[in-house]
Design a protein around this ligand. Structure first.
Ligand SMILES: [Fe+2]
Ligand SMILES: [Fe+2]
Length: 297
């Protein structure tokens, strides 16, 4: 699976850089109102975003949209959610993720652990609750899926519901034409396999680092922190307000937390170095408030 043609990004951060291009910080508010109000121009905008993406990122979206079928998602859940791969603490998970080396330039690109600490430190600086800081610290640990030879398109990328019609508010929507589910009439009605307002907990999202980590930590954190972890890549819902017909009241409440979290994930300064050793005691203490010494991964 880990052949070059299956791994178009030079590193996982390339997708996140593309998110910044799509959702630049200054224009967040105006962009949002445009996307909510005008369905057609949203589709046109998203066509442009895809067309103007780097070829590597466009190819990444194409592979993601082509391969994330309902059956693929079910198979990955069956493969990973028994959590029997290894046992390790949260901090060990952070160090394990840090082994992720790709074709990026180590002098320019930050180690993964520093993105986690940057996010957590930005949340801490704003005086947010402990569990919010902790969600920032761990939110990308699910990227360890890459260390188990999962292709980039099955680890990162915008997530979206499978088993029902793909929203035109998903970036590079036309690439779904290559997905076998596109031709499955049962899966391509507005509701597909779901009931109206069944709640996001009952919806299968495309497989990636969010859903995996949610299952590792779901017994230990309060619901808003779990929503931040589980849905932070679900831009079609938390940024574009698609799939509202699947949501229940509690989901709307949780999406406000996810949106709140998203500013720290996207807009923390990526070039700022973190003193990992100096920060470690504070974060080890925070981790031990919520988590047991070892978790099942
Ligand atoms: Fe993430
Ligand atoms: Fe992140």
């Amino acid at each position: 699976m880990s052949t070059k043609s299956n791994q178009p990004l030079k590193n996982l951060d390339e997708w996140e850089e593309d998110l910044l291009r799509r959702y630049p910080q200054e224009s967040t508010k105006s962009k949002r109102s445009v996307t909510v109000d005008t369905g057609d121009s949203t589709t046109a905008n998203f066509r442009n975003y895809a067309a103007e993406a780097r070829p590597s990122v466009r190819e990444f979206y194409r592979l993601n949209h082509r391969h994330q079928t309902l059956e693929f998602v079910r198979s990955k859940r069956a493969e990973y959610l028994s959590l029997n791969r290894r046992r390790m603490s949260i901090w060990e998970g952070m160090e394990y993720l840090n082994q992720l080396v790709d074709d990026s330039d180590p002098d320019i690109d930050l180690p993964q652990i520093e993105h986690l600490l940057q996010t957590a430190e930005a949340i801490r600086a704003d005086g947010r609750p402990d569990w919010f800081i902790l969600a920032g610290l761990i939110h990308d640990l699910g990227k360890i899926l890459c260390l188990w030879d999962e292709p980039q398109w099955a680890v990162v990328g915008d997530t979206f519901p499978v088993g029902c019609r793909y929203s035109e508010r998903i970036v590079y929507h036309e690439a779904f034409r290559e997905n076998p589910d596109w031709n499955n009439s049962e899966y391509q009605t507005e509701l597909g396999i779901y009931q109206p307002h069944c709640g996001l907990d009952n919806v299968l999202l495309s497989w990636g680092h969010d859903e995996y980590l949610y299952h590792v930590v779901k017994d230990y954190l309060p619901p808003p922190a779990l929503a931040m972890i589980r849905y932070h890549s679900c831009y079609p819902i938390h940024r574009e307000q698609a799939y509202q017909h699947l949501l229940v009241d509690e989901d709307h409440e949780m999406m406000r937390w996810v949106t709140d979290f998203n500013q720290y994930d996207l807009y923390t300064k990526r070039d700022e170095r973190m003193d990992v050793a100096a920060l470690r005691p504070y974060y080890e203490a925070l981790i031990s408030e919520y988590f047991p010494g070892e978790l099942a991964w």
